[in-house]
Design a protein around this ligand. Structure first.
Ligand code: Z2T
Length: 811
């Protein structure tokens, strides 16, 4: 496509779809027309992909995820269509500023953090690897909230990403699927003696599919993401209209549409809200129906399901799919229970993303039974069969039965979704080597004893397209020049950079790229947040959801203790290496401790940033509303990546991978994928500190007392006392009492126990930074040795270990 045809297409779009011309167009008109012009160039490939995949009856990977944290679409679509320069030139030829237009896009933030972003990376890699795949999820009207700070405290505004419409979605209301809820179940016995259940639901909603293109990179393949939006069904309305109650009918619509209104903003600690269970069933029921109809609903076709589709359950959120498939097979298509169970177990696989006990979803039997009475019965029967089998294999162990049952009795009768998932799946995987081990040996140990072959690991990965090629054009060009362009599709090629770590000229160029990225980010921060940072400082970055286990408090105590020592005249601030500590973090709105910590970070920042005694050598920058768009600018600019969770708590982490790939050095614990990062990049190129997971276990079972660490470490005591003294709260000693007393008397995540080790590692880091050339060498090696963390590799592992779905390249 030439610049001229792009331009004339663009103008035509503007006129025919938006009804405006260049002179009268708004920024949104221009952005939409630009997006459509780009999209048009991918549609033929998309249609061709669907046709090819259907013709071959290829096995499809159906990824079921309640979250997709996609990030901005325009640049990724341009990359995939190879039209980046054409689009830029076309806009310029029309006197338009491409970057300004691109900034009109509101990113679809349909996820909380790691889990949702992982799903987005995975669909990208599936498309790039030519795997027939579809991502199923929810088209939330409101994605993750917009965060602002009011007097340093987090406030939440609804995200309204659809306000101006989205040019990337293709709605298909005519292909809607009805999803039913509530009511009751009647039973009869068939002529052959089988139980026949008839579910009479009491209400229903319609699931409207919205398709999104998921273009592969360097391939013609374009897959789909299908997100469901809720609306009232005709009959639902009619019923009420006929009763003459107009208001009630309109209310009913609102009620139905409620289901896809809002993303629940909890990362790792879900609230057991009824609407959330409705969301889960809503998208899962629609997706299964959609998939099964593609395969066919005759008995013969249904029997081929395991060859035609594999469903990956992204954590427990979609696990209601297991009883739903049983219901479809048994109740709707009259498959015998045992055969239906064989089919079901062979099409589902489950990925667990956590180790935190409070993050394991359970649904009260009362609630699930009321919302989905037939599913509750099916779950009971699955459980009965499972327990019978268990009693046979492990006789006289009723404690084991109680531990493994799908139904928990105490403190409330509830369905343990992780157990249902494990029992109903072929494979269960964790998301990093350490996590998968702990999953096997701790969280699901009884299941791994019973079925050792069921458990496997697939270490997470990130897409190099978005997080290197697009986010870091400077580094990308440098790599291209050194080793060619193949790395974007085969990230293991980065290994070829290793010898260049010894090349002084390459290191200098690498340093220049990093510096330019820091300048670029400083400008973004100035414009976006009015925050000033100097690119000559170390950019020390901790960006991730705010959670106690991730230990933003540990990072903050490091800063406060430095400040305290300066105040006490303990050391000369001019000997400090200039450092900006960058935080980015959203707290779940109901997570009060997390919100206190945010307020404290901002309070400390306000004080130290304006204290002349620090001579501007230590600053905190905490831009509000950290999101994918900001990450793409920040990560390439980072010198230091903070991955400091308590060992055994972070399942994997994926930010850690993005930083290493962009040449930041990690300071971190042996947790999640940090373990693998350190092994790969080399221990000399990673700042390790902290307790190991077995040491954590030991310390906690011996009776951990954090106050002892406070008593015995003057720097730690100084930092905590300074916070408690009101130094960051205008003398108000009660302001951060909750945080302080939690650290002293509970400290569930051993912040105080790891403080000393962390401070030591920070001073090692600071000395290392002083030798810029050695630092660059380590940074280059981080890039060269992190190719393993491509999500393409993760997807290949899923294919080999779990999915066994062959690629279907287009001709
Ligand atoms: C989430 O983002 C993660 C785990 C969850 O467990 C839930 C959510 Cl929303 C239920 C994260 C993990 O905390 C992180 O370690 C991991 O890298 C990421 O999922 C992707 O696996």
């Amino acid at each position: 496509m030439t610049v001229e045809t792009f331009s004339s297409d663009f103008i035509a779009r503007l006129r025919h779809s938006r009804g405006v011309d260049l002179e009268t167009a708004s920024q949104n008109d221009l952005y939409s027309a630009l997006a459509w012009t780009v999209r048009k160039n991918l549609i033929d490939r998309w249609l061709e992909t669907k046709k090819t995949q259907a013709a071959q009856k290829a096995k499809v990977v159906a990824y079921l995820s309640a979250e997709y944290l996609l990030g901005a679409q325009l640049n990724n679509m341009l990359l995939a269509s190879g039209l980046e320069q054409t689009a830029r030139d076309a806009m310029a030829s029309l006197g338009l500023d491409f970057d300004k237009l691109a900034s009109v896009e509101v990113e679809p933030g349909l996820g909380n953090g790691g889990l949702g972003r992982l799903a987005a990376c995975f669909v990208d890699s599936l498309a790039t690897l030519d795997i027939p795949a579809i991502g199923y999820g929810i088209r939330y009207q409101h994605g993750i909230f917009r965060q602002t700070f009011v007097d340093g405290r987090q406030a939440e505004q609804p995200d309204n990403w659809l306000e101006l419409g989205s040019p990337w979605e293709l709605p298909h209301p005519e292909a809607s699927v009805t999803v039913r809820f509530g009511g009751s179940v009647a039973h009869a016995t068939s002529a052959t003696g089988e139980d026949v259940a008839t579910w009479t639901p009491s209400w229903e909603v319609e699931a409207v599919p919205y398709n999104y293109l998921v273009p592969g990179y360097g391939t013609a393949n374009v897959n789909s993401l299908r997100l469901w939006s809720a609306r009232a069904t005709q009959s639902f309305d009619l019923q009420i209209f006929n009763s003459g109650d107009y208001e009630a009918a309109v209310r009913a619509q609102t009620f139905a549409e409620n289901i896809s209104q809002v993303l629940y903003p909890e990362d790792s600690t879900p609230q057991g809200k009824e609407l959330r269970l409705q969301q889960q069933y809503f998208f899962v029921a629609a997706s299964l129906r959609d998939m099964i109809e593609q395969v066919g609903t005759s008995l013969d076709a249904l029997r081929t399901l395991p060859e035609r589709v594999v469903f990956q359950l992204n954590d427990t959120h979609p696990v209601i799919a297991i009883p739903e498939l049983m219901r479809l097979l048994v109740d709707e298509y009259s498959v015998a229970w045992d055969e239906a169970w064989d089919i079901t177990r062979s099409v589902f696989n489950y990925t667990c993303h956590t180790l935190l006990p409070e993050a394991l979803e359970v649904w009260p039997v009362e609630l699930l039974g009321r919302l989905l009475p037939r599913h509750m019965e099916i779950i009971f029967r699955i459980n009965d069969d499972f327990i019978a089998e268990l009693r046979e294999q492990r006789p006289h162990d009723e404690l084991l039965v109680r531990r493994m049952s799908i139904i928990q009795e105490q403190p409330l009768r509830a369905v343990r979704m992780a157990h249902l998932a494990t029992i109903g799946s072929t494979k269960v995987n964790g998301v990093a080597a350490l996590h998968s081990e702990l999953l096997k040996d701790k969280v699901l140990v009884d299941f791994s004893n019973l079925w050792p072959g069921k458990f496997t690991n697939v270490t997470n990965g990130v897409t190099p397209r978005r997080f290197v090629k697009l986010a870091n054009p400077g580094l990308s060009s440098l790599i291209d020049e050194a080793i060619g362009t193949g790395w974007v599709k085969d990230l293991s090629e980065l290994r070829q950079l290793e010898p260049l770590a010894e090349d002084a000229e390459f290191r200098a160029r690498f340093r220049d790229v990093k510096y330019a990225n820091k300048v670029r980010f400083a400008k973004v921060l100035q414009e976006r947040d009015g925050i000033e940072v100097s690119p000559d400082a170390i950019f020390d970055v901790m960006v991730k959801r705010l959670h106690e286990y991730k230990r933003q408090m540990l990072k903050l105590l490091h800063v406060v203790s430095l400040y305290d020592r300066v105040l006490k005249g303990d050391f000369d601030p001019t000997t400090l290496t200039k450092r900006v500590v960058l935080f980015g973090a959203k707290a779940a709105p109901g997570y009060l401790m997390a919100k206190e910590i945010i307020a404290l970070i901002n309070a400390v920042g306000k004080t130290i940033n304006s204290d002349p005694r620090l001579d501007g050598r230590l600053r905190i920058a905490f831009p509000a509303n950290y999101n994918v768009t900001l990450a793409e600018k920040l990560i390439p600019a980072a010198d230091v990546s903070e991955q400091i969770s308590l060992a055994g708590k972070e399942a994997s982490g994926t930010g850690n991978m993005k930083f290493a790939l962009n040449g930041a050095l990690t300071i971190g614990t042996l947790d999640g994928a940090n373990v693998e990062i350190r092994e790969l990049v080399g221990e000399d190129n990673f700042f390790l500190f902290g307790l190991t997971e077995p040491e954590v276990e030991q310390l906690q079972s011996a009776g951990y007392q954090s106050a002892k660490y406070y008593e015995s470490n003057p720097a730690l005591r100084g930092a905590i006392d300074l916070i408690a003294s009101g130094a960051f709260s205008n003398g108000d000693r009660s302001a951060f009492e909750r945080v302080v007393s939690d650290l002293l008397w509970h400290d569930r995540f051993l912040v105080l126990a790891d403080f000393e080790s962390y401070i030591e590692a920070q001073s090692t880091l600071e000395s290392a930074y002083a030798d810029q050339d050695a630092w660059s060498r380590a940074a280059v090696l981080n890039v060269a040795r992190s190719g393993f963390f491509s999500s393409d590799r993760s997807i290949r592992d899923y294919l080999d270990r779990i999915w066994h779905a062959p690629a279907v390249p287009l001709r």
